[in-house]
Design a protein around this ligand. Structure first.
Ligand code: NAG
Ligand code: NAG
Ligand code: NAG
Ligand code: NAG
Length: 369
């Protein structure tokens, strides 16, 4: 083996080298290119200055004095007088107490990273059933970490949920430097996320960060459930926005968003709604490929130590990831590199699966007609 390897000619070596480079370029290139092109500075004009001024002068006192008009459970005291670096709001469905318990026991149990306080709370709307509400009340009394807005928690009301929760953060947690919106099916590596935010230290303002979706188009198929009529959104493309499974905004951005909520069309998907708000305050979303977006990242210890989120994680995976990330074993540069390659490749291969399953399901439905 050794001998044959040494006998390779120059052009053969070149060929191998070329392939190695091509392999890496395909695997990581897109991330770097995206990161480079999607990173530009926010713009400021008179309208944005006006919004910034309004955001500075926001008075949330009237809301505090009629709390019951907006929230069933308000947790109005959890942030009081505390300095919070990152407030994570886990968007949870009312009936999913088991998932919330799992998050409390695993990644949501982080209260501080390198001395920077982190607070995890659950964001809910109202359930359909009175019995579910009773369970939520009990859960809330026990844990004091549930915010429940005064609206029905349905898929159509997700935009309402985001506005209610940003309103909550601005009103009751104005000391939180950053706010993370994350869905309950995600695994979040809070320590690596906080580390990343700490490295942004030059500017802690104007941050709207996540996996950026570029030039997405509205669904114009009238038979689809996600149909967006021209009257609701006339333009061809959505502005760049952060995929809704997990994204971060700084407190000043949350305040500005609160100012512009009422001027933005609500009939679009909730993450697009946030993107349109961001655009109207002159923000350009910052992309990081360490956010998974909708994709499930195949489990690998060193990969999970590096990334920020993974979608559609099972209970067992969350427990395992949490345990292994906290076992104190560090990953060497090579292990991280190897982990990223393997989880990226496997995730890439996985991306073909739902496509086939979708096709099969569609065909089955077609045959069933
Ligand atoms: C809330 O309470 C304030 C008094 O603190 C009152 O002026 C206001 O009209 C009330 N209602 C709303 C919707 O803010
Ligand atoms: C959560 O963290 C606290 C300390 O911050 C610890 O005392 C507690 O045992 C942890 N809970 C679980 C379920 O790991
Ligand atoms: C959204 O919430 C409002 C307020 O609770 C409710 O009246 C409405 O039916 C909800 N919409 C949907 C589609 O669930
Ligand atoms: C709870 O959430 C998990 C993760 O999103 C999901 O797999 C599960 O079906 C949910 N359970 C209920 C009862 O909603």
């Amino acid at each position: 083996m050794q001998v044959t390897f040494c006998r390779l000619r120059t052009h053969q070596w070149c060929f191998i080298l070329f392939n190695v480079i091509l392999f890496h370029a395909l695997l990581f290139g897109a991330d770097f290119v995206e990161q480079y092109f999607l990173h530009s500075l926010p713009y400021v004009d008179m309208k944005v200055l006006e919004i910034k001024d309004k955001a500075r002068k926001l008075n949330m006192e009237p809301l505090k004095s009629n709390l019951s008009k907006y929230y069933v459970l308000s947790q109005s005291e959890v942030c009081k007088g505390k300095k919070i670096f990152l407030l994570s709001l886990v968007f949870s469905s009312p009936g999913n107490g088991t998932r919330r318990d799992l998050i409390r026991k695993t990644w949501g149990n982080v209260t501080s990273v390198r001395g920077h306080p982190v607070l995890t709370l659950f964001a809910l709307g109202m359930p359909l059933l009175v019995t579910t509400q009773k369970e939520i009340d009990e859960e809330s009394n026990k844990n004091n970490d549930i915010i429940e807005g005064l609206f029905l928690d349905s898929s159509e009301n997700q935009t309402l949920k985001i506005t209610a929760m940003i309103q909550w953060a601005v009103t009751f947690c104005p000391n939180a430097l950053f706010i993370l919106k994350v869905d309950e099916e995600m695994f979040v590596n809070l320590p690596s996320l906080v580390d990343f935010l700490l490295n942004l230290k030059e500017h802690l303002k104007d941050i709207y960060l996540g996996r950026v979706i570029h030039q997405d188009t509205p669904n114009r198929d009238p038979h689809s459930q996600e149909f967006i009529p021209l009257s609701a959104y006339p333009e061809e493309y959505y502005p760049d926005y952060c995929s809704g499974e997990a994204f971060i905004m700084s407190q000043d951005v949350a305040r500005m968003m609160y100012v512009v909520f009422k001027e933005v069309p609500v009939m679009v998907p909730s993450d697009v709604f946030v993107g349109i708000c961001a655009k109207s305050i002159g923000l350009i979303p910052i992309h990081s490929s360490r956010f998974s977006g909708k994709r499930h990242i195949r489990y690998d210890r060193c990969c999970y130590k590096f990334i920020f989120t993974s979608s559609e994680t099972t209970d067992a995976e969350i427990s395992l990831a949490w345990k292994e990330i906290n076992d104190g074993k560090e990953c060497t540069l090579f292990e991280t590199y190897y982990g990223l390659i393997s989880c990226k490749l496997l995730t890439y291969l996985d991306s073909f699966k739902p496509f086939h399953m979708g096709t099969i399901k569609n065909n089955a439905m077609y045959l069933g007609d």
